[in-house]
Design a protein around this ligand. Structure first.
Ligand code: PMP
Length: 411
């Protein structure tokens, strides 16, 4: 296959006159690969999607994370249909909201309560407010380069943001405990919370796991200074561990935020927290037009059940390891040195001597043209619908891409 992008480009041309930037945010062609990646999707099934030009791809982005069990998963779709047949959105929450909160608080060890929203940003912003409400403190620490959503206090783009929006947000460096300690010492008694991701997954760079002693050190300092720990498990949640990613990379959060994989493609996010925050949580107004939508809650309930029943994190780890090992071997056969980055359920790859990611971009471009989506600038996602055959097919296509990269960059 060598992909044709005619209809994608036609739609994009129409879009730029009615939609600012045509395609915006992380799916913008500027953030991916202009022309090489399709701009519009038509349908999806299992571990593949088809674009508007009819090109089919083995997909290692999973809609940037929400697709955990596979696109159009029969049990998730059945849960959605069943709930929708009764209605879906009412003046009041539905029974399933209580059932989902019960399930999450049973599943996640430290969680005594749960609330729901639609997007990850809804939850990181709300959790930050709960931390301020509880502690009476203003300041929040986050890791330099970490993404926590689009709200002004954390949006990585400066567009429309004023200085005051970030006045009380301070940064430290991943895996650098002394930079964390320095901030804590700089603002004694003023820091409400630290927000962390389970591992560092910046865009345009490799994954970095928590180093030895990093989370333990943070935990100790937070305990000693009454600083709350908020785990932003929005991207990783239910991929790394069925009971939350703090079980894979140990830390004890006071609150955790979930979103992407929670509803396997249905719009829902959640924050869970410890009992001692319940009063503060009740005081931070939380609502949205669609936030009590029962359909997404029903899909989340079924998805969380299936994650444990089918041992999904273990399955993703095995499949991801097969992919990364296969890619490393294929690259070596082409005379290239690449490094595969864990966790295998959300892997990424870097080329040696590729500071501006040109090799990575060329590799991803060739793969996309041949029917495999490997993002050049963002961690990838494995789903439970990736079969070993699909992974081996992807490695075969990647082998040809490595050969091409080797010959182009050596000449
Ligand atoms: N935190 C993390 C770690 C994320 O990856 C994202 C989404 N990429 C968010 C927060 C924000 O979630 P959303 O885009 O659903 O608002």
């Amino acid at each position: 296959m060598s992909s044709n992008r005619q209809k994608s480009l036609e739609l994009y041309e129409r879009a730029v006159s009615v939609i600012p930037a045509g395609v915006y945010g992380h799916t913008s062609p500027a953030a991916t690969l202009p022309i090489a990646f399709p701009y519009y999707a038509e349908s999806a099934e299992g571990c593949t999607f088809t674009d508007v030009d009819g090109n089919r791809y083995i997909d290692f982005m999973c809609a940037y994370g929400p697709i955990l069990l596979g696109y159009n998963h029969p049990e998730i779709e059945a849960a959605a249909r069943e709930e929708k047949a009764r209605g879906g959105l009412y003046n009041h929450p539905a029974k399933v909201m209580v059932e989902l909160a019960e399930l999450l608080t049973e599943r996640i060890d430290f969680a005594d309560w749960a609330v729901f929203g639609k997007n990850g940003s809804d939850m990181t912003t709300w959790a930050l407010q709960v931390a301020r409400q509880h502690t009476g403190r203003k300041k929040v620490l986050t890791v330099k380069g970490a993404y926590h959503g689009v709200d002004a206090w954390t949006n990585p783009s400066p567009g429309g943001v004023i200085e005051e929006d970030r006045l009380h947000i301070h940064h430290f460096s991943w895996n650098d405990l002394s930079s964390f300690e320095q901030q804590v010492n700089r603002y004694p008694g003023e820091i409400a919370a630290v927000m962390l991701t389970p591992f560092h997954h910046p865009a345009f760079a490799a994954n970095v796991l928590p180093g030895e002693g990093f989370f333990e050190g943070i935990q100790k300092i937070c305990n000693a200074n009454d600083i709350l720990i908020i785990l932003d498990d929005i991207r990783c949640g239910f991929r790394l561990h069925e009971a939350g990613s703090h079980k894979r990379f140990p830390i004890e959060p006071d609150m955790s935020c979930y979103c992407k994989a929670l509803g396997n493609g249905y719009p829902i996010s959640a924050t869970v927290g410890k009992d001692h925050l319940q009063a503060a949580a009740g005081k931070v107004f939380l609502t949205g037009s669609y936030w009590s939508d029962a359909v997404s809650m029903a899909t989340a309930k079924r998805c969380v059940e299936l994650v444990a029943e089918l041992n999904i994190p273990e399955k993703l780890n095995t499949l991801g390891k097969r992919l990364i090992t296969g890619l490393e071997e294929a690259a070596a056969n082409a005379g290239l040195k690449v490094t595969g980055h864990e966790p295998y359920a959300m892997p990424y790859l870097t080329f040696e001597d590729d500071p501006d990611l040109r090799k990575m971009q060329r590799f991803s471009e060739i793969c996309a043209n041949e029917g495999v989506i490997f993002h050049p600038h963002h961690n990838w996602f494995i789903s439970a619908a990736h079969t070993t055959e699909a992974i081996d097919d992807a490695i075969e296509i990647a082998s040809k891409a490595f050969q091409a990269v080797a010959s182009e960059f050596n000449s």
